[in-house]
Design a protein around this ligand. Structure first.
Ligand code: TZP
Ligand code: MG
Length: 218
């Protein structure tokens, strides 16, 4: 798998990001609209737990598999191993990427959130396959985020690591993500611009068509 291409339109979702929409319908629409990777991120006070979480993860994974969309689990390494997910994404306060690598083996994808060049270096040395950097803009989706970072840290990381896969995150929409790609990101990770859109398929198509234009111009 080409990770840089998989990062182009990286949809992240949990059941509590979908408002009144049915979460599996949102995911199917996102797949139909052209997402290139999916992260299962079931967290927060009203998130599913236990068997319900596991069943929802399996249902999401099935939709992704049918469409050949890589399926990544946020934080929960045991769940990822149990259902055979394609990889895991961890933040700075979660398990170390090196430990995750030992648990998952060499053929799975590991993503790490990074906010600075230093965190990027550490993640890359620990064996990450990609890093997620942000928040580029203010977001109301994740309450405990780091301060808004803009694109400077992406630019610095790109200068040091010319080829390493980087995905931008935080407040990204079709009309504002271009600076993140111009700064060196390979793609965008999106929660609300798809999950909260009135029409998630159309929103995804718009992101994907804008991405084609922005990449050609970058
Ligand atoms: N990590 C940093 S910002 C963020 C996460 C999970 C939330 C991104 O959500 P949105 O709705 O795309 O701003
Ligand atoms: Mg985490």
């Amino acid at each position: 798998m080409n990770i840089k291409e998989a990062l182009r339109i990286y949809f992240i979702m949990g059941s509590n990001n979908c408002g009144s929409h049915e979460p599996l319908d949102v995911l199917q629409q996102a797949i139909d609209g052209g997402i290139t990777m999916f992260q299962f991120r079931e967290k927060g006070d009203d998130a599913l737990t236990g068997e319900a979480k596991k069943q929802f993860a399996r249902d999401c994974f099935r939709l992704c598999k049918q469409a050949n969309v890589p399926f990544i689990v946020n934080d929960d390494v045991d769940l990822a191993i149990e259902i055979g997910a394609d990889g895991v994404h961890v933040g700075q306060d979660d398990l170390d990427a090196g430990v995750v690598r030992q648990k998952l083996g060499s053929d799975k994808i590991i993503g790490v959130s990074s906010h600075t060049l230093q965190e990027s270096k550490a993640a890359i040395e620990a064996g990450a396959d990609y890093i997620g950097m942000g928040p580029i803009y203010a977001t109301t989706t994740k309450l405990d985020t780091n301060p808004v970072a803009g694109t400077k840290a992406i630019q610095e990381t790109r200068q040091h690591f010319a080829q390493f896969p980087i995905v931008a995150i935080g407040g990204l929409q079709a009309d504002n993500f271009a600076p993140a790609i111009e700064a060196g990101a390979d793609g965008i990770s999106i929660i609300s611009a798809i999950a909260s859109a009135p029409n998630p398929k159309e929103a995804t198509e718009k992101l994907a068509s804008t991405m084609k234009e922005v990449i050609n111009d970058a």
